[in-house]
Structures are given as C-alpha cells and as structure tokens.
Design a protein around this ligand. Structure first.
Ligand code: ZN
Length: 146
C-alpha cells in the first residue's frame, strides 16, 4: 500500500465505525452505485430541508476504501446547502481524479483518500458513494424520486 500510515489509520477508523450507516425509514432522494471490479455496493439516502441537505446516510457493503469514503462523505455533506455540497464533491473528485493534488482543499479527513490515487484500480472505490450522491441529486432536480 502506498498510503501513509496516518491516512490509513483514518480510513480504517471510518471502516470499523462507519458514520450514518443505516437505512432510514424515509428519505427525499436516494441512489445506488456499484463497483463490480471490487464488489462494492453503496446506496445513498438524502434528507432535504429546502435546498439544504439535512442529513446524508448510506447502506452497503464493500472494501475499506469504499465504506470509509461513504462514511466521511455523509459527515462532510450533512448540513450543507446543495450548492456547497456540489462544490465540496467537485473538490473531492478533483483530489481523486484531477491532474495534480490540490493544496488546501478544505476536504478535512477526506484528504486521507488522496493516497488512493497511487492505486488507480481503487480510485473508483473511493468515488462510488459520490457517484451515488450525484445520481440522487439528479433525481431531486428531475423530480424522479417518488
Ligand atoms: Zn472497493
């Protein structure tokens, strides 16, 4: 593994004690993502209050990278406006898939996943929950969520 020990510790801590990992009784939007290459399956649930994400939760199974990314994502996005959440997501995707490692991203613990860039086959593990989040947002704006 090319991950720094301190980063690995953050990832494993979220993997062992995932935050907001539960299927809610109700939600305003949800979407499921899967990464067959690794066997990761994550469903993201959004509770909305106007244009604010009141709470983001998830359920699923997968590797340490996919589940810790989902756990950190729910903590980071809960309470943000949709606009701020999308900006935050774009910063994270830039960290994972962009040309150079952005400095001072304000991503907090999620910066731990930046080391996964050294493991190209695992980048999708880190971005899976964010893909599901993006799809859930799209359903909100398209009015597709029942
Ligand atoms: Zn994975």
């Amino acid at each position: 593994m090319a991950l720094d020990a301190v980063y690995l510790e953050t990832i494993l801590e979220h993997y062992k004690r995932p935050r907001n990992m539960e299927r809610p009784e109700r939600w305003d939007a949800h979407a499921r993502g899967s990464n067959p290459a690794c066997g990761d399956e994550i469903t993201v649930f959004l509770d909305l209050e106007g244009d604010r994400l009141q709470r983001v939760r998830f359920e699923g199974t997968g590797c340490a990278i996919s589940l810790s990314s989902a756990s950190m994502m729910t903590e980071a996005l809960s309470g943000k406006s949709l606009e701020a959440a999308e900006r935050f997501r774009d910063s994270f995707l830039e960290l994972m898939e962009g040309e150079g490692a952005p400095e001072g991203t304000g991503l907090g613990e999620l910066e731990a996943l930046g080391g996964v860039r050294a493991l190209p086959a695992r980048v999708r593990c880190a971005t899976l929950a964010w893909e599901a989040f993006t799809e859930a947002l799209r359903r909100v704006s398209d009015g597709q969520e029942e």
